[in-house]
Design a protein around this ligand. Structure first.
Ligand code: AMP
Ligand code: GLY
Length: 412
């Protein structure tokens, strides 16, 4: 089998490592990949949808898996399907559940999916009027895709006014800020649940924890994720029952009612509060760095699981009883300003973790940093402590200029 994986993060490296274990896989293409994917497959440096479709036809690709949101929102699945190419991911219409927070909030409200109370605004003055009387803190979200930066928790009316102005008038995130979602602030802890869809039903994986903030103790700016752990340690059977009844099942009903029958991944970003689980957002894809820990624990064969979903068949997911921890090493300054192009040394000293590159490029004689999140180290153990020790011991010898990582991943 020939596989194409779209994306270039450690998430795509994790998919590649999992698929590489399958003897039926003869070749994996990555668009456009990184220093890990180059060693387990072939990187392909065009990433527009038409070039990828042509590659899939020319190379007789048997299955394509899409990592990031942009190609989904831009219709890669629709284009591949038109050409009878097997692809696992949401169609453009389904990807709107991630691409438009206004649309997804309306979907949640229509189908009684437990979520924060919110209003959608298209007009600047109406949003400004609304925040005059609302209690604080409140959360202002740019509706469109803003690279995870379009959400601001506002402590007072001054911050709310400034945020609305930046989003709607200054357009700091372009068209993403034309429409806003303004919602109540929820207090709790966050959990990510990713499910496989077979077009009719959703099959959730075990819950994972994403460490979103740049600094220890969840301090500092939001990032793409500084580490992850699975299964999410705080999650209880009561949380699972609440999630299934008030979020998962009404989502399945809503997808059916709206004819949004996709075969791909759906990600539930949850806030667990004293009043139960609330849905913060859908992502119509795998999470990064959640995928790194889920792939380390998933016992099913990934190709068989995806093929069953593509055929509309039910699946039974099986995860190991072990605990998994993923530590992200990044370029100092991430998620704001950072420099790249630094040689990464000490990589041969990694002993007990799986090393997955993200923003790292293979040059003729060395591997250099090329992004904010440079690499992930993933390990499993009987306890979180054991898995944690493995990734931190392996991080120690890895050196590059301005390297930075949190020291509390997997500690809780
Ligand atoms: P979102 O892209 O909607 O998931 O928001 C990004 C992040 O902002 C979430 O992961 C939360 O950390 C935070 N957030 C979003 N909505 C809320 C809310 N209603 N209350 C508290 N925090 C929130
Ligand atoms: N880890 C959250 C995301 O992938 O969006």
């Amino acid at each position: 089998m020939k596989i194409l994986i779209v994306g270039n993060g450690a998430r795509e490296s994790a998919l590649g490592v999992k698929l590489q274990q399958d003897k039926r896989v003869s070749k994996i293409f990555f668009a456009h990949g990184n220093a890990t994917t180059e060693t387990i497959g072939q990187n392909y440096y065009e990433d527009d949808i038409i070039s990828l479709r042509n590659l899939a036809i020319q190379e007789n690709i048997d299955l394509t898996i899409v990592g990031p949101e942009a190609p989904l929102v831009n219709g890669i699945v629709d284009e591949f399907r038109k050409n009878d190419l097997q692809i696992f991911g949401a169609t453009a219409r389904c990807a709107e559940l991630e691409g438009s927070k206004a649309y997804s909030k309306k979907f949640m409200q229509t189908y009684n999916i437990k979520t924060a109370k919110a209003e959608v605004f298209d007009a600047y003055h109406e949003a400004m009027d609304y925040v005059k009387t609302h209690s604080y803190p409140l959360v202002i979200k740019a509706s469109g895709l803003a690279g995870g930066k379009g959400v601001v928790v506002c402590e007072d009316i001054l911050e709310a006014n400034a945020t609305i102005h930046k989003f709607m008038i200054d357009r700091i995130y372009g068209d993403a800020g034309i429409q806003l979602v303004i919602e109540e602030y929820l207090v709790g802890y966050e959990v990510s649940i990713i499910a496989f869809s077979n077009g009719k039903k959703l099959f959730p994986c075990i819950p994972a924890k994403d460490y979103k903030k740049a600094g220890n103790g969840e301090k500092g700016p939001n990032t793409g994720g500084m580490g992850s752990a699975a299964p999410s340690p705080e999650w209880t059977p009561e949380n699972q029952a609440d999630f299934e009844k008030n979020i998962l099942e009404p989502t399945i009903a809503g997808l059916q009612d709206k004819n949004l029958n996709f075969r791909g991944f759906i990600f539930f970003g949850l806030m667990v509060t004293p009043k139960g689980c609330y849905l913060l957002e859908y992502n119509m894809r795998l999470g990064d760095p959640e995928t790194q820990v889920l792939m380390a624990l998933l016992e099913n064969n990934l190709i068989d699981t995806i093929t069953s979903c593509l055929n509309g068949e039910d699946i039974q997911l099986k995860f190991s009883d072990k605990k998994a921890v993923c530590l992200v090493m990044c370029s100092g300054g991430y998620p704001q300003n950072y420099e790249t192009g630094f040689e990464i040394r000490g990589l041969d000293k990694v002993e007990n973790s799986t090393l997955l590159f993200a923003g790292a490029t293979q040059e003729p004689k060395k591997i250099v940093t090329s992004g904010g999140r440079v690499l992930s180290l993933v390990a499993t153990g009987d306890t979180f402590d054991e898995a944690r020790k493995k990734v931190y011991n392996d991080a120690l010898p890895i050196k590059f200029d301005y390297a930075y990582y949190r020291t509390d991943i997997g500690k809780f």
